[in-house]
Design a binder for this molecule. Sequence first.
Ligand SMILES: [Zn+2]
Length: 256
Amino acid sequence: MKLFDTHAHINDNRFDNDRADMIQSCFDAGVEYIMIPGVDRGTVESGVALAEAYPNLYAAAGTHPHESKDFTDADYEYYKELALHHGKVRAIGEIGLDYYYDFSDRDTQKRVFVRQLELARDVDLPIIIHDRDAHGAIMDILRNEGKGNWGIFHCYSGSWDMAKELIKMGYYISFAGPVVFPKSTSLKEVARQVPLDRILIETDSPYLTPPPFRGRRNDPSKTQFVAEEIAVLKGMDANEFAAIAYENGKRVFGIE
Ligand SMILES: [Zn+2]
């Protein structure tokens, strides 16, 4: 199966002891491309370094809502420079709102999200959105202050109505391990309905490990289980579905 993991934090320190072996085993398992999102300046630097070391790894530059309290003008300029001049940086992300953990206060999260929307428009790159328990606030911001933005809703957890609106606005809907969990009945229904040309798959490694590996560290080879689950939901062959999601990943990140 040919796979594109469109969201994996393989620069995370949980991979420090075996990163090269882990990456090679993912390539051996059929993963051809991996997008490494940033969460702050340090992880953008380490993601970019990995993307420089491997032809089929790509990176995104952005500050996660958790870290938005530490976002500076220097970070903005650094991301902008990468976005304009570094060939392996293909998105602004991950950015958004997290009202579950509230690690940064909500006004700060919103301000930093809006600034990075502006950055993405400036440099003409897609965004990677993180949305946890903040559907309404994110949709309001995208409607009012995100005109001209487009990109990816990562680890989607909203309704089908919200997905429909996002698709009209130019977004791709990305599914991770939670779509495999047996109890995720409404999410499975959303995945069944998202049109094939707007669907992406990811692992969010090292988090969100799908069954049958729950409790263990996640890695990009597990993209396969997300592909297999959605293929069943859509009544398709798994290889055929994986190939479509793979092409979507190449298209959204502008990979030739
Ligand atoms: Zn992430």
